[in-house]
Design a binder for this molecule. Structure first.
Ligand code: ZN
Length: 172
C-alpha cells in the first residue's frame, strides 16, 4: 500500500478515515499518532500513521501506568530532571501568557483544598518567613527594609523562646 505524504493525510479538512486495528472503529486520520520510521535520517524523514488510534494508545498507556506506577513515576521524574530548566522556563512563559487561567485554577484549587491554606499558614509561622514577619510589622514588600525584617524576626524568636521558658517554669 502506498502512503500519501503526512501533510496530505492529516491536513485540516481531510475527511479520509482509517480503521483502528484494536478497537475496530473508523476514525479521522488525525486520531492516529504519527510514527517516525527507523529508516529516517536527518535529511529524509519517513513517517506513517500508527495502526492503533489515540484513544486505544491512551488506554494502553494508562493501563501500563497503573500496573507499573513506581517505574512510570521514576521515568517521568528522569525525563523531567533531564529537561528541568527548559520545563521551568516554559512554565514561566505559559503562566505569564495565561494569567487569567492561572488565577482561576488557583482559586479552584484553594476551594478544593482548604487545608492547604492552613498548612501554608503554619509553614509561615514555623519558618518566620519574610511574608509572616512583614505582616507582623504591618508593612508591605515596598516599605519593609530587609534589616527591619531581620530584627523583627529576632524579636519574634526571642518572644517565642521567652514564652516557652515561662511555660516551662510554670510547669505547663
Ligand atoms: Zn482504537
Amino acid at each position: 500500500m502506498s502512503l500519501p505524504t503526512l501533510n496530505q493525510e492529516v491536513g485540516a479538512g481531510n475527511t479520509a478515515t482509517k480503521r483502528c486495528t484494536k478497537c475496530g472503529e473508523a476514525k479521522a486520520l488525525s486520531e492516529f499518532p504519527v510514527v517516525k520510521d527507523k529508516k529516517s535520517t536527518p535529511g529524509k524523514v519517513y513517517s506513517y500513521l500508527h495502526s492503533h488510534c489515540r484513544g486505544c494508545h491512551a488506554e494502553r498507556a494508562s493501563k501500563w501506568y497503573y500496573a507499573n506506577k513506581t517505574r512510570a513515576l521514576r521515568k517521568c521524574k528522569e525525563i523531567y530532571e533531564r529537561n528541568r530548566s527548559a520545563h521551568l522556563l516554559h512554565a514561566k512563559e505559559w503562566k505569564a501568557k495565561n494569567q487569567e487561567k492561572v488565577r482561576i485554577a488557583k482559586r479552584k484549587y484553594k476551594k478544593a483544598h482548604p487545608e492547604c491554606d492552613l498548612k501554608r499558614l503554619h509553614w509561615h509561622i514555623k519558618t518566620l518567613s519574610d511574608y509572616y514577619v512583614r505582616n507582623a510589622l504591618r508593612l508591605t514588600v515596598a516599605n519593609a527594609p530587609p534589616e527591619l525584617i531581620a530584627i523583627k524576626r529576632e524579636q519574634l524568636l526571642i518572644h517565642r523562646a521567652r514564652k516557652q521558658l515561662k511555660e516551662k517554669a510554670n510547669g505547663k
